[in-house]
Design a protein around this ligand. Structure first.
Ligand SMILES: Cc1cc2nc3c(=O)[nH]c(=O)nc-3n(C[C@H](O)[C@H](O)[C@H](O)COP(=O)(O)O)c2cc1C
Ligand code: SF4
Ligand code: SF4
Length: 247
């Protein structure tokens, strides 16, 4: 069983590709109605994006509540560049036999512009072959730690991550411009159910996961986060996938 969380599709795609390659099933943790029965699972996997060099809180909370039967366990974090100690920290929550990072297109448009097409396509090509390699190792149940931690990993995963979860996840800076046509897609697709429509415009609850699905998915590109996101590209993986990899 492979459990995933994903904002803009990278981790969903990686989880589904891995499931295909290893003959397994991928489950979106935000769509599970009951606690999954994993007692007889031979392998248990987790796939999620790196947020400020750590695992998303929602994934860590999910894993905390999951039983730990005798099984081969693995985790794959997707990241724009580097993962810090995200997998070592996650492994303390749910012990992992194998840990990987997978470099994917960057969706964090609050910090900088997203990757352009010349960067996105090669990243996806490299990710496909890395997933083939990972799936072989999972099938053979090899124990592997292949995580690109990057520089100052400890500082980033402790100090910066703490600051991110404590102070930077506010929804206050989100707003919709006049080009919003009230289609409601942002509200329907928010995994945190943090968006409602009031007078035909989105309104955000106080806190959310900051997965950036709403800002990246809006068909009108009407959503902004403070002043930093105007004029920046939007990213979701779906625009870059061939038909047989769409979901
Ligand atoms: C809130 C937030 C924080 C992020 N922090 C990092 C980071 O610390 N290191 C990194 O390489 N990428 C970072 N990223 C980029 C994502 O991890 C990366 O694009 C990921 O593949 C997105 O996966 P998804 O499409 O499944 O949501 C961050 C993205 C978001 C939204
Ligand atoms: S997805 Fe965009 S256009 Fe649709 S309601 Fe949300 S902000 Fe408005
Ligand atoms: S409000 Fe936007 S950024 Fe926050 S969880 Fe929902 S979709 Fe993700």
């Amino acid at each position: 069983m492979i459990f995933y969380f994903s904002g803009t599709g990278n981790s969903a795609w990686a989880a589904r590709q891995l499931a295909k390659l290893t003959g397994d099933t991928a489950y979106d943790i935000t769509s599970l109605n009951e606690r999954p029965d994993i007692d007889n699972a031979k392998q248990i996997g987790f796939v999620f994006p790196v947020y400020a060099w750590g695992a998303p809180e929602i994934m860590a909370e999910f894993a905390k509540k999951l039983p730990q039967p005798q099984a081969f366990t693995f985790g794959v974090c997707t990241c724009g560049a580097d993962a810090g100690l995200a997998m070592k920290q996650f492994s303390k929550v749910y012990p992992l036999s194998s840990s990987y990072s997978l470099v994917m297109p960057n969706n964090y448009i609050i910090g900088s512009d997203t990757d352009n097409e010349d960067e996105i396509l090669p990243k996806l090509t490299a990710a496909r072959s890395e997933l083939e390699r990972i799936s072989g190792e999972i099938r053979r149940q090899n124990w592997v730690y292949r995580v690109h931690e990057g520089g100052l990993a400890g500082v980033k995963s402790h100090l910066v991550n703490f600051g991110f979860n404590r102070f930077a996840r506010s929804t206050k800076p989100f707003f919709a411009e006049d080009s919003c046509n009230g289609c409601g897609l942002c509200m329907r697709s928010c995994p945190a159910h943090a968006i409602t429509l009031q007078d035909g415009k989105p309104v955000w609850a106080v806190q959310c996961y900051q997965c950036l699905r709403c800002i990246n998915h809006c068909p009108q590109q009407a959503i902004q986060y403070g002043k930093s996101t105007a004029g920046r590209r939007r990213y979701t993986i779906h625009s870059y996938l061939p038909q047989d990899e769409q979901f």
